[in-house]
Design a protein around this ligand. Sequence first.
Ligand code: ZN
Length: 235
Amino acid sequence: MIRVTVWNEYIHEREFENIRKVYPDGIHGCIRNFLEKEEDMKVRCATLDMPDCGLSEELLCGTDVLIWWGHAAHEKVSDEAAARVAAHVRRGMGLIALHSAHFCKPLKLLLGTSMTLKWKECDRERLFTVAPSHPIAEGIPECFALEKEELYCEYFDIPKPDDIVFEGWYESGAVFRSGVTFTRGNGRMFYFQPGHEEYPTYYEPVIRRIIMNAVRWARPVNRLTAERDNIQITD
Ligand code: ZN
């Protein structure tokens, strides 16, 4: 059983009625609702307003794959909570960062670059599967479209990814590395660009399949129980 935690800052859905209409249970609730139908996944949610920003040591110890959605409150996540997440990823916990989570503290800590990009409001996006043999691309068409998505554009200041699985192209001409993977320590990470809060992106079957594939791909292979250290080899 893969233990999945869907973490969401859960701010826009409470503040704006148009967003609440799209995601009445919150973005985290929507993601939980489709993931928990999978027989190999046990899913729970956590939000910023919970103790320890919803990212306690106990919760992270019981999480194989953490899914993260954030936008308005990146700075409200404490440095301690962000460091806990980063440490767990290095030990083997999977991390899936969605959409505006490109700018979340744990991802910045783990990747070490500014994570800046260019953006513009609504556009039609076509996504191309550019690593068709990658496990995250299993069952995904070579090209598919999202009628409405927020435009994210290069240059996207990320380190060189392990794999670029999806590339996005927008009708106005912008391009973006929309689905990229990284490893840090024993942990696998996937950043995936679609999922602006105003649009029903997480109801799209193809997007759901990508997130499910990513959860299975990011599950820990060899998880360490404590921080690694420099260990002297003795004969
Ligand atoms: Zn957005």
